[in-house]
Design a protein around this ligand. Structure first.
Ligand code: SAH
Length: 356
């Protein structure tokens, strides 16, 4: 829902059954200074209405064919007006017909690799219409694109804070959608690339929630690109493999990757900083040449981004100070655009680091 009213500094009282008022809540929260909800006419009193400047009676959208429904609505409306009068409240009162069939939804939005300019137009549109946004740590900061009053729930791990468990995130966003809210789950990169987007989609479907996915630009391609590394390059690499380094790779995977790399594939590691020493020694053990170029690209698209260019043989020493989040690229494409020009402190194997 999108607010299309502006009630300035008034507090609004939403009157009606909770299943209806909660559908209006987000809209009025964005439009007014405050919102209070009343489920029963008996709850209205001079005291409970103090500070309220506007009231909205929430009625179920009338079924055109049902006279009894129309009568029930007329009675409910009259009941609320009587209760307002009895409480001594002389307020402007509006009536909202709330369609009970429209429930909330969840849209998984790929936020791209960190630069707010790299989220899609469809993603921005979803954000602009959201009642609540569950944002991952690596999702871009896009607060300037949001409607006032939208709730932003940070669920990613931040220094000094515990992450919200995956099952808890899913439960919270499903609950919000079932209560009628338009939910956006904003993720870093693309939702389906190591983003647990697939799991979340399945959980939403199982809960009977309307769910959509908007793709995002994955860091696996964009972060290398930003550092001047094309993941494919004619005559150097005609495939690339994106691997999770979250857990150490086993022997079969290392052997397979070494083989792919020897045949010209680019290896892109995500979440691979902590396990890089094992990956490097495993690839070396399985025959990958020590002079194979390797780059660790930290915090791409942020003011703290840092790119380290080295080789397989020197990687462990050269990248000892590197930290997550980082994308690691292994293969000749690392030098494809800079052959002979990346010299001095940024040169491969130099053991030093370039800040761009
Ligand atoms: N769905 C995301 C990836 C999630 S896994 C995507 O498509 O990009 C998280 C990993 O992505 C991080 O550990 C890191 O390897 C990588 N990553 C994401 N954003 C990054 C950035 N801005 N700079 C460097 N690495 C990044």
């Amino acid at each position: 829902m999108r607010a299309n009213v502006d009630l300035g500094y008034a507090t609004v009282a939403l009157l009606g059954p909770r299943r209806l008022t909660q559908r209006l809540r987000g809209t009025y929260q964005r439009a007014a200074a405050g919102v209070v909800e009343f489920g029963r006419p008996d709850d209205l009193s001079e005291e409970s209405l103090r500070g309220v400047g506007f009231a909205v009676v929430a009625l179920p959208a009338a079924d055109a064919n049902s006279q009894s429904n129309a009568n029930a609505n007329a009675n409910a409306d009259a009941g609320w007006h009587r209760a307002l009068a009895a409480a001594g409240a002389a307020l402007p009162v509006a009536v909202e017909r709330v369609a009970e069939t429209t429930s909330g939804s969840i849209t998984l939005v790929g936020g791209g690799p960190g630069d707010p300019g790299l989220i899609t137009a469809a993603g921005l549109d979803a954000l602009a219409h959201a009642d609540v946004i569950f944002a991952d740590r690596l999702a871009p900061e896009v607060t300037h694109e949001l409607a006032p009053g939208v709730r932003v729930v940070p669920v990613g791990k931040r220094p000094g804070h515990h992450p919200v468990a995956q099952s808890e995130i899913q439960a919270q966003m499903i609950q919000a959608a079932l209560s009628g809210e338009t939910v956006v789950r904003l993720k870093g990169g693309d939702p389906f690339v190591f983003g647990r987007g697939g799991e979340e989609l399945v959980a939403c479907r199982e809960a009977g929630v309307d769910v959509h996915v908007i793709p995002g630009i994955t860091s696996a391609v964009a972060v290398p690109e930003h550092a001047g590394i094309p993941v494919t390059f004619r005559e150097l690499s005609r495939s690339f493999t994106v691997v999770s380094g979250h857990d150490p790779l086993d022997e079969r995977e290392l052997e397979h990757l070494a083989g792919l790399s020897r045949s010209g594939a680019t290896i892109v590691l995500l979440m691979g900083v902590a396990t890089l020493p094992q990956t490097v020694s495993g690839l070396t053990r399985h025959g990958l040449a020590g002079d194979t170029p390797l780059a660790v690209l930290e915090k791409g698209f942020s003011p703290d981004e840092r790119n380290t260019f080295t080789t397989l043989a020197t990687a462990v020493v050269d990248t000892a100070g590197c930290a997550s989040p980082a994308v690691t690229v292994i293969g000749p494409v690392v030098d494809a655009l800079t052959r002979g020009t990346r010299t001095g402190p940024t040169g491969p194997g130099s053991g030093s680091v370039a800040r761009s």
